[in-house]
Design a protein around this ligand. Structure first.
Ligand code: GUN
Ligand code: FE
Length: 423
C-alpha cells in the first residue's frame, strides 16, 4: 500500500460561502485517495512517517473548465483586437499549424506541462479541427494521469478555406474520435462545435445524433459577445436564443454541457442552462482582452442549477494559471458591480476559490476538495509570507492567487504521486 501523511495547514472550499481552513491538521492518503483528514494523528499511524509542511498551505488541485490547448503558442499576442479580428488574424492561422503532427505534439506537450506546473490537473480542452493531433493529446492526457474532457473542434462555416471542414468529413471524424476514445472514465471525448457562427444547421444536426448515440456531452462558446449572439440568431433563425440551438439539435442532456463566457444571457438561456444542469464557465481575463464584456456572475450564481466554474481560455488570456483567474474574477466583479449594476454584487475571495476547485471539479471524478474518498490531487504552496509579518493560512492562499506564481507551488500530488519533472 502506498501511504502518505502530510501535516500542515489545509484549505478547501466545499461550499460557495466560505473557505474551510484546518490549520495544523493531518491529511492521510492511501493508494492515491484521501483516507482521513484529522486534527490529531490516529493511533494506528503513529509509527508512520509524516511530512511536516511548516508554514505551507495544502489545497486541492485546480480545474480549468475552458482552455484552448492549441492556443498556448499565441498567449499574449493580438490582445488589442476584438474577437472576430483576433480569430481571423491570429487564431485561425495558428490553429492551422496543428495539421502537422510533430508541431501539434510539441505544442500540446508544452501546454500540458504548463497546466501541470500551474496546478491545473483537470481541464476541459478545446483543440483544433485536426483529429490526428486530438488523438495524440487524448493519449498524452491519459499517460500523464490528468483528467480531461477533450474535444475535436468542428467548423464548417464562416472560417477561412484552410480551416473550414466539409460537413460530412467533420461529422465522420468526430464520430470516429468519440468511438475510438470511449471507456476511460478520466479522459473523455466531448463534442466541440466552436460556436454557432462557424456551424451549419447540418453540422449541429449531425452532432446531435452523435451525442445521442454515444451519450457524449458538448462544449462551446455561448453568448460571448453582442456580435456572436447576433450571428447565432442569423445562422439559426428558428432558435429563440443561443442555448436553444444546442437543445433544438439534441446536444443537451447526454453528458456534461460546458458553456464558456455566457456574458449576455437572455432569460431563456438561463432557463435552459438550469434545466440541463449545464456549467457556465467564467474566463475573466480572456473576456477582458478580446470581448470587453464581464460575465454577470452574481446573477448566474443566484439561479439555482446554473453551475459555474472558472476557465483560463488560453490563448485569450496570458497564462494557464487558474489561481490568477481567481483574482481576476474578484477584480472584475467589482467593475461590473459598480459600473454597470450600481450596487454591491462583488464576488468574495472564497467564492472565486470555490469555483476554481470544488465547483469545477464536479465534472471530473472525485476531485476539488480535501475529503476522505476524494483523489489526492493537491498542491503545496509555500514562501507566501515575510518572516517579520506572519499571515494566517487563508491570507497566505489569497496572496498566492494575487502575487504568487508556479515557484510557490513547492509540491504537486496527482493521484497520490508527487510530480517533479517539468520543462
Ligand atoms: N469564440 C470562438 N472561438 C473562440 C476562441 O478561440 N476563443 C474565444 N475566447 N472565443 C471564441
Ligand atoms: Fe474560448
Amino acid at each position: 500500500m502506498d501511504l502518505k501523511i502530510l501535516h500542515g495547514d489545509l484549505i478547501d472550499a466545499p461550499t460557495l460561502d466560505a473557505l474551510r481552513v484546518r490549520e495544523g491538521w493531518y491529511l492521510i492518503c492511501e493508494d492515491g485517495f484521501i483516507k482521513a483528514v484529522c486534527p490529531t494523528l490516529p493511533e494506528e499511524y503513529r509509527a508512520c512517517g509524516v511530512e511536516e509542511l511548516g508554514r505551507a498551505v495544502v489545497i486541492p488541485a485546480f480545474s480549468d473548465l475552458h482552455i484552448h490547448v492549441s492556443q498556448y503558442a499565441q498567449r499574449g499576442i493580438g490582445m488589442d483586437k476584438l474577437l472576430s479580428d483576433w480569430l481571423s488574424n491570429y487564431t485561425f492561422p495558428q490553429e492551422a499549424r496543428f495539421e502537422h503532427a510533430e508541431y501539434a505534439a510539441a505544442m500540446y506537450e508544452r501546454a500540458l506541462q504548463s497546466l501541470l506546473r500551474h496546478g491545473s490537473f483537470h481541464a476541459v480542452m478545446f483543440t483544433t479541427i485536426h483529429k490526428a493531433a486530438c488523438d495524440w493529446l487524448f493519449e498524452r492526457c491519459r499517460a500523464l494521469g490528468m483528467q480531461a474532457l477533450v474535444g475535436k473542434v468542428n467548423m464548417d462555416a464562416a472560417a477561412p478555406d484552410y480551416l473550414r471542414e466539409d460537413t460530412a468529413v467533420s461529422l465522420r471524424e468526430t464520430e470516429a474520435f468519440v468511438a475510438e476514445h470511449t471507456g476511460d472514465p478520466l479522459v473523455r471525448p466531448i463534442l466541440t462545435p466552436r460556436f454557432a457562427p462557424t456551424s451549419t444547421q447540418a453540422l449541429m444536426a449531425g452532432l446531435g445524433k452523435i451525442a445521442q448515440q454515444y451519450e457524449v456531452g458538448v462544449q462551446t462558446h455561448l453568448v460571448e459577445s453582442v456580435w456572436e449572439a447576433q450571428q447565432a440568431k442569423k445562422c439559426f433563425p428558428d432558435c429563440a436564443c443561443d442555448t436553444e440551438i444546442y437543445e433544438r439539435y439534441g446536444l443537451l442532456g447526454h453528458g456534461p454541457a460546458i458553456f464558456a463566457h455566457v456574458i449576455f444571457p437572455e432569460e431563456r438561456d438561463l432557463a435552459l442552462l438550469r434545466q440541463y444542469g449545464a456549467t457556465a464557465v467564467h474566463c475573466p481575463e480572456a473576456t477582458t482582452n478580446i470581448i470587453a464584456g464581464i460575465m454577470p456572475v452574481r446573477r448566474l450564481l443566484q439561479r439555482e442549477g446554473v453551475a459555474l466554474a472558472l476557465g483560463s481560455d488560453i490563448g485569450s488570456s496570458s497564462s494557464p494559471a487558474i489561481y490568477r483567474q481567481i483574482a481576476w474574477a474578484v477584480q472584475l466583479s467589482k467593475q461590473r458591480s459598480f459600473y454597470y449594476e450600481g450596487g454591491d454584487q462583488t464576488l468574495a475571495f472564497p467564492e472565486a476559490f470555490h469555483l476554481a476547485t470544488a465547483a469545477g471539479g464536479r465534472v471530473f471524478d472525485r476531485v476539488g476538495v480535501l475529503e476522505p474518498g476524494y483523489r489526492f490531487n493537491a498542491l503545496v504552496l509555500d514562501g507566501l509570507e515575510d518572516a517579520e509579518f506572519p499571515l494566517g493560512a487563508a491570507a497566505r492562499l489569497e496572496r498566492f492567487c494575487y502575487c504568487g506564481d508556479d515557484r510557490n507551488i513547492t509540491a504537486r500530488y496527482l493521484n497520490g504521486k508527487a510530480l517533479d519533472a517539468f520543462c
